[in-house]
Ligand binder design. Sequence first.
Ligand code: AMP
Ligand code: MG
Length: 418
Amino acid sequence: MALKNDCFALPAGVTWTPVTRALADLRDRLEPVTAVETVPLANAQGRILATDIAAPVSVPPADNSAVDGYALAHASLTREGEQRLALIQGRAAAGAPFSSAIPPDHALRILTGATMPDGTDTIVMDEDVDIDDGAIRFGSGLRAGANRRRAGEDVAAGDIILASGQRLGPAQLAHAAAVGLTEAQTYRPLRVAILSTGDELIEPGEARAAGQIYDANRSMLLALARSQGVIATDGGRIPDRPDQISHALRNAAATADAVIVSGGASGGDEDHVSRELSKMGAMALWRVAMKPGRPLALGQIDGVPVFGLPGNPVAAFVCFLIFARPALLRLAGADWPEPISYPLVARFHAKKKPGRTEYLRGRADGIGGVEKFRSDGSGLISGLTWSTGLIALDHDRDAVEPGEIVDFLPYANMGLLV
Ligand code: AMP
Ligand code: MG
């Protein structure tokens, strides 16, 4: 499937687009781009469903016992006084049902998961029973249907149990297995190429000359992309040379479903990414009202979306999580992920201008509060390592005082393991 070539066009007349507006536009314009294929569920962990799945059978298939105890007919019991029921020889166990009906005033030994024998509707559990002389005794007050699981109470045959756009995690795989399914139609995993640009960048391990810095973004963005379940490939490190940048971007777009490039995305002298993308057409510089993050360059090369992120590692990290992550998930076939934040008590003071969304690196203290990193400098990678999530200060907000409530977006809620 190809994206519309105006999918990154900007809202007319808006100079600085609020984050919520930019996200809504991306959500509305992006759609799954990878092919649908049938895969065995045994190999489907992390895949995204391309169709709804209906349950072919009910779970549980029959009424059964939730405990170890004795199955009986509630009609055999008296309202008050001690209950005494004769025991039938034999038992019902999971996978080994009892074949004959239980007559009134009798009970049968039953184990957890066993199908309820005919003639019974209630189970008295082991802990409540005394046994003597081939009979069980217990007190009054057992509810009709106690300790019985009903057929279909978990899943009814025909129910939609999983929806298109859902990712197959442990629970979803269990759900599909529980109704006997062996395969599912899923999207082929999205392939994402990751590139860095900048004359100053060298490879970790290389000797460093004056003015050079190690490329941190490629490792970071490869790991960020992989955390979202996509296949991320290394598109290399490109100097600030227009011809090399356009060549590398074209190569990346030829083999991937989406491209992420950091550095050179704004309008400066050496910001060739935005310029080269413009030449290739359908590029838009998204001036999003947020901090950190300079303009995002969103473009397409032959229908392949390209996300030009800021070079500053913290800004690249934040822009990935806020913009590229939901966009990649949508391209991969997943539902658009609405950010899930938690209200926490600010343990800090922060200045803020209304009119833009600010993301601070935060660390939850485990007792309802959140601290912010000691410095707001958006180049400090140490603040990323220190933090456990982003504090989102919304568009209209001004300064934060200690004790006020702020929104905290844990990295774990965005798929990061640390
Ligand atoms: P740029 O967006 O290219 O103007 O880069 C902004 C800042 O981020 C500059 O200080 C760059 O040196 C730095 N930077 C750019 N790319 C990387 C990278 N891959 N790793 C570490 N720092 C980077
Ligand atoms: Mg640069």
